[in-house]
Design a protein around this ligand. Structure first.
Ligand code: NAP
Length: 291
């Protein structure tokens, strides 16, 4: 079958790509190529498998080939930073970059995971000033989540299997804590249980429950959710994790990582092109790819 999008690639097409390892699961090419096509913009976006030790060579390559920019997924979001000329305040604060644009010969990095997560909460009616929020996990994505939660919550408690990593996360984001109270506890039934009584939000930033491990749940066995505690899961595959199913069964608000994925892409598109993408085209392409 002829791929119609390939037919529009020409000698003037601007190149963009996502670097990751692995990267074949990425839905970013689907979202971005749909948006470029809908906007009639002459760009083409690829997924490129870049080994961790090759990130500097890959960045040198896109500079030499005059790409318009690139995006990054695990494991490159932090190691790319010394290779760039400038960071936006968000990227600087979070200490991770997922989107890079070339402007006047300078390579500028930003973090649209953070704005994507804020959209996820806002769309689900879970972005509430003064709330008490619980986070499960403290890996790469947790950095953007803690940054955004600290702007709206009065208290954030981070639960992680490896407690020292949660403590390191708090230490590295300390300048952006503002008036929000932070603490870290081991991810266990006895430590989480009491806090589920009065929390307004539970965010899963762990990879537990992600395809193909769909039967797993990051919340320890034997804990119940309340209808007053909304649940946001960063995982977007499967569309409804076990945690999201538990939240819905408890009558709580629930949001999967779909909106975060979509909006981090929307914000990346705008960062590159200076124009808003056709949101419905991106959403439809993502839904089709996921089904
Ligand atoms: P990461 O850096 O590898 O961090 C993984 C986290 O999960 C760590 O806190 C780790 O705990 C915890 N964890 C892993 N296995 C566990 C287990 N068996 N029991 C308890 N905790 C466990 O990964 P990441 O980049 O932050 O990504 C996390 C998830 O977010 C992934 O599913 C990813 O797809 C999703 N994500 C979604 C979006 C979106 O746009 N929706 C964006 C970014 C990420 P330890 O510290 O103890 O190892």
């Amino acid at each position: 079958m002829v791929n119609r999008d390939l037919l529009r690639i020409s000698g003037t097409t601007k190149a963009l790509a996502i670097f990751g390892h692995p990267v074949s699961h990425s839905l970013s090419p689907v979202i971005h190529n749909a948006a470029f096509s809908a906007a009639g913009l002459d760009y083409c976006y690829l997924a490129l498998d870049v080994f961790p030790e090759d990130i500097a060579k890959a960045v040198d390559g896109v500079k030499a080939m005059h790409f318009a920019g690139f995006t990054l997924t695990a494991p490159h979001k932090q190691t790319v930073i010394p290779l760039l000329d400038e960071l936006t305040p968000e990227a600087q604060a979070i200490g991770a970059v997922n989107t890079v644009v070339e402007k006047d010969g300078r390579w500028i990095g930003t973090n649209t995971d953070a704005t994507g997560f804020r959209h996820q909460l806002q769309l689900a009616g879970m972005y509430r000033k003064g709330m008490k929020a619980l986070m499960l996990g403290s890996g790469g994505a947790a950095r953007a989540v803690l940054y955004i939660l600290s702007q709206v919550a009065s208290e954030v408690i981070i639960f992680n299997r490896t407690l020292s990593k949660a403590e390191q996360l708090m230490e590295s984001l300390a300048p952006f804590q503002g008036n929000c109270k932070w603490s870290a506890l081991p991810l266990e039934k006895a430590t989480i249980g009491p806090h589920l009584e009065d929390a307004s939000l539970l965010v899963n930033t762990t990879s537990v429950g992600m395809h193909p491990d769909e039967a797993s749940c990051p919340l320890p066995e034997g804990l119940a959710l309340r209808s007053s505690c909304g649940v946001a899961d960063l995982i977007y595959s499967p569309p409804k994790t076990r945690l999201i199913q538990m939240a819905e069964a408890a009558g709580a608000k629930a949001a999967s990582g779909f909106d975060m994925l979509l909006y981090q892409g929307v914000d990346a598109f705008t960062f590159w092109t200076g124009v808003e993408p056709d949101f419905e085209a991106m959403k439809a392409a993502l839904q089709k790819a996921r089904s």
